[in-house]
Unconditional design. Structure first.
Length: 116
């Protein structure tokens, strides 16, 4: 894997996947290359700053990979080889990473503490 964090990534490979799940991955080119199959914030559920930093770091790493020549099709083969990259059309990995980064809030609203 070009991008991975040992013990945290929930990868889609190596098991039997439901046909419905496989088909759902074609809904967006970002779905099958996401670092985690389930983006529910996991252990970071109560620390949104850490969670968004983690997601931002992942997509920044994809942007860096694209700058070094990684293509969407190659990354897809690493992350989910069961899928056909041609069904996504011509996906520019750098453009996809920039679009995902644009979805991440730059600043989080202040949250009132329970002590107040």
């Amino acid at each position: 894997m070009s991008i991975k964090i040992e013990g945290t990534d929930l990868l889609r490979t190596g098991g039997t996947l439901a046909p419905e799940f496989l088909e759902s991955q074609y809904e967006s080119p970002s779905f099958p290359i996401e670092r985690c199959t389930i983006y529910d914030a996991g252990s970071r559920a109560f620390d949104l700053t850490e969670y968004f930093a983690d997601v931002r770091g992942y997509w920044q790493a994809n942007l860096a990979l694209a700058a070094r020549g990684m293509t969407y099709a190659r990354l897809l083969r690493e992350r989910m080889p069961e899928l056909d990259a041609q069904r996504f059309g011509d996906v520019d990995l750098a453009a996809l990473a920039r679009a995902q980064l644009a979805k991440i809030p730059a600043e989080l609203p202040a949250v009132a503490s329970h002590a107040e």
